[in-house]
Structure formats: structure tokens, C-alpha cells
Write a protein that binds this ligand. Structure first.
Ligand SMILES: [Fe+2]
Ligand SMILES: [Fe+2]
Length: 432
């Protein structure tokens, strides 16, 4: 039998994979450079020159592999140094390109930016129309006229930072409680590679494919435990970020099984719906925030009145739970803040309502490491999720918190103890 000659696409992928692997090794080797240049100004000058040479190298990757680009995203994947080091030594990316002698003139750049913004917005919208929005509210089957509806709601899993102990408890509670519905309330994936946070070397531990496989794995296990439940992903800021990246279908994703969001996430396979009311028209960070603030689910009571709202969260700062509650005026829940909070308020018209902000399903020390200064404990982030009992006829809501601590977890008379492997996995995550 003769060996099949690799196709041009396979060959190109092979070369790209090798380049990326080489870049990861180089970045790892250069991890301590930032602390060294901080101590040594002469070294800083030399490293600045080396950075410029490296950007030119990345910019000149042959067209048959990637085509020319000196963008930050490209450099983040294929550069030998951390973008953090670039920021420290040179400042803005535009300045970096100028220093390396490959920047466009200012006038043409402004025009190009406007063109690409419009084009990108259009592409993202088309992608979302085909691959995301049709799954909005899909597979819904909650009976909001029944006496009691039980939901299990957790937020902020953040894929590779997900706490293994919390995840075990999540599924064991699911098996015990047999909820009617499950809400993955945002930030199920982490997808750091296009974020401003966590650009540190070594932050590439999980590929996009692995992130999707993580989410799909959650859905699969949920469906196995609960064949008839109403399971939804309420899209959060990190989930939306992944959609926009897929819509761009950058060359770095060509190794993916599929570029279709609904397939990658196994939505039909596991009969999972989305809460995806957002427009996804988001070429800028400001507009992206806007999208998330429009994305929520409000369940009615037995008489059709707004009763219980589930939103990933878009109002931050002190009193974030109260702020969300004031905005919706219903009972409800949000995530996003990574610390649990429960508040009540009310009006003559609504009566007293209760809002519960869930903690984080990720391990707080690991997920916060990239962007929070100081010890993680000082932020009060805590691993929790909720079992929520809705009584749509009586208009009654009961939030029951499941709390996962340093070594044990408790819920409704049951306790769990952390295993050695889970402790080790937590320790390993802090080193990412
Ligand atoms: Fe989050
Ligand atoms: Fe979030």
C-alpha cells in the first residue's frame, strides 16, 4: 500500500502547528525576561531590538501558510515573547509596529480600520444568525403553571479553571435533586486567547477545541443524568467572545472539527438551548458589553407575569446583585462577579422579591490569577451554585446555596469531602 501524499491544506496545517509549538516553547523560555529587564536597563535596550526583529519575522510568515500580518493576535500566537513584555518595553501595539518598521501610514490605517470594523460586524452577524441565534430558547419544556419547578443554576465555569471538586458536587447534586431545568449561567468557556487578560506566557494551556469539548462534556453529562430536563446555556461575556472569534474564523482555528458554534458545543446532540438574545454585532468592546446586557431569560409565573430572571450579569461593582434586581424588578439570579450575594427588595406592586448572585464554579485562586492583584482570598470570591425552587402558582422563590469550600462541601444535609486528586488538580491550576 502506498502512503498518501499530504494535501496542501494538511501540509500548511503541519507547518503552522510546528510554528505554534516552537513559539510556545520560546515564550516559556522567555518567561522571566520581564523581571530581568526591569532590573537591567542595558538588557532592556537589547530585548527591545530583539522584539522588533521577532515581529518582523512573524510579519513575514510566507503567504502559503498564513499571509502577512503584524497584528497583536498573530503575534500572541506565533511570537517568541509575551505581549506583556512588549507593553512594558514599547507601549502600544501601533508603536511596536512602527519601531519594527512595518506600520502603515496613519491616514490609510484609519480608513482600513473603519472598513474592517464594518466588514467584521457584518460577518459576525451573519455567523450568529446561522450558528447561534436559531438555538435561542430551543428545547424549552419547563411547565411554569405547575406547583413547583426546580432549577440548578451555576455560573462562571471558565473551562480550564473549573474547580474539579465543585464539578463533582455539581453533578452529584444534579443526580440527587433531579431538577426540571439546568442553567449554565455564562462563562462556561474561558477562551483567554483574544482577551486583554491573561496574555502571560503559558496561558495557552487549552485550545479552542478543548474549550468546546469541555462545554460539550458538561452538556453530555447533564443530559445523561437528566434525560428530560430543560438545559440552557445563558451566554456570558466569555461565551460571546468565542462566537466572535469563530465568526472571524481566523487561520488559527483551521484545525477545529467544525467552525459551527452549535456543532462545536453539541447543542442538538444533547438537546441544549441557548439564551442568546444578543445581536452579536460587536466589533468593539463597548458594543460587546451592550450585547451581554441585552441577554437574559425571564420565566413567567403561573399567571404569565414576569417572575424569575436569569442573566449572566453586566452590572458590576458594590451591590451588583441589588443593581441587577433593581433593573429587572423580578426575583432572579446573576453570575459574572465570582462572589455570592443575596438581597431582597420590593415595591407595593411587586411585593418582596429575592435575588441571588452565584459565586464561581472555577477555582477562585486560579481564575483570578491573571487579572487580580494581591491574594485571591482578599476578593472574597467563593465557589457556590444554587438549587432554586420556583413556586409559580404561589409566587414563592427559595434559593438554596451549595457551597464548595477549601476541603468540604455542604448542601441540604449532604456533605462532600475533597479528594487528594482534586487538591492536586487545584494546586496545578494555580501554576498555569
Ligand atoms: Fe466569569
Ligand atoms: Fe462574566
Amino acid at each position: 500500500m502506498t502512503k498518501k501524499k499530504p494535501s496542501a491544506a494538511e501540509q500548511r496545517q503541519k507547518e503552522l502547528d510546528a510554528m505554534m509549538a516552537k513559539a510556545i516553547t520560546a515564550r516559556e523560555a522567555n518567561v522571566d525576561l520581564i523581571s530581568r529587564v526591569k532590573r537591567d536597563p542595558a538588557l532592556a535596550k537589547k530585548v527591545r531590538e530583539r522584539l522588533c526583529v521577532d515581529l518582523r519575522r512573524v510579519a513575514e510568515i510566507p503567504r502559503h501558510i498564513l499571509g502577512p500580518s503584524a497584528s497583536r493576535d498573530r503575534y500572541r500566537d506565533l511570537g517568541y515573547y509575551s505581549p506583556v513584555l512588549v507593553r512594558y518595553l514599547i507601549g502600544t501595539w501601533a508603536e511596536f509596529q512602527r519601531q519594527a518598521g512595518i506600520a502603515d501610514s496613519l491616514g490609510s490605517k484609519q480608513v482600513e480600520r473603519n472598513i474592517s470594523k464594518t466588514l467584521r460586524a457584518q460577518q459576525i452577524m451573519e455567523y450568529a444568525d446561522a450558528n447561534v441565534r436559531p438555538w435561542d430558547d430551543a428545547y424549552s419544556n419547563l411547565d411554569m403553571t405547575s406547583d413547583m419547578v426546580t432549577l440548578q443554576i451555576g455560573s462562571d465555569f471558565h473551562s480550564k479553571f473549573c474547580d474539579p471538586f465543585a464539578l463533582r458536587v455539581w453533578f452529584e447534586v444534579m443526580e440527587l435533586v433531579q431538577p426540571d431545568g439546568v442553567r449554565y449561567n455564562g462563562d462556561v468557556v474561558d477562551f483567554p486567547s483574544l482577551s486583554r487578560h491573561r496574555q502571560l506566557p503559558g496561558a495557552f494551556a487549552m485550545t479552542l477545541q478543548q474549550e468546546c469539548d469541555f462545554a460539550k462534556g458538561l452538556f453530555r453529562e447533564t443530559r445523561e443524568l437528566l434525560p428530560d430536563a430543560d438545559v440552557k446555556l445563558v451566554m456570558g461575556n466569555h461565551d460571546v467572545r468565542m462566537v466572535t472569534a469563530l465568526a472571524d474564523s481566523a487561520p488559527m482555528f483551521i484545525s477545529m472539527d467544525s467552525l459551527k458554534y452549535h456543532e462545536l458545543m453539541g447543542l442538538d446532540e444533547h438537546e441544549v438551548g441557548l439564551i442568546a438574545r444578543a445581536t452579536f454585532l460587536n466589533p468593539s468592546a463597548r458594543m460587546r458589553r451592550n450585547d451581554i446586557s441585552q441577554n437574559w431569560e425571564t420565566l413567567p409565573d403561573a399567571y404569565g407575569r414576569p417572575f424569575y430572571t436569569i442573566v449572566h450579569g453586566f452590572l458590576t461593582g458594590k451591590g451588583s446583585a441589588a443593581k441587577h434586581m433593581a433593573r429587572f424588578g423580578t426575583n432572579g439570579t446573576n453570575g459574572h462577579m465570582h462572589n455570592p450575594e443575596q438581597v431582597t427588595m420590593g415595591t407595593l406592586a411587586t411585593g418582596v422579591t429575592e435575588w441571588s448572585q452565584t459565586g464561581v464554579m472555577a477555582h477562585p485562586a486560579a481564575v483570578g490569577a491573571g487579572y487580580l492583584p494581591g491574594p485571591a482570598e482578599s476578593y472574597g470570591h467563593m465557589t457556590t451554585f444554587n438549587v432554586v425552587r420556583l413556586f409559580p402558582r404561589a409566587g414563592h422563590v427559595q434559593h438554596e446555596q451549595v457551597k464548595i469550600g477549601a476541603t468540604m462541601a455542604y448542601f441540604g444535609g449532604w456533605t462532600w469531602e475533597i479528594t487528594e486528586e482534586e487538591l492536586d488538580a487545584r494546586a496545578a491550576m494555580r501554576e498555569i
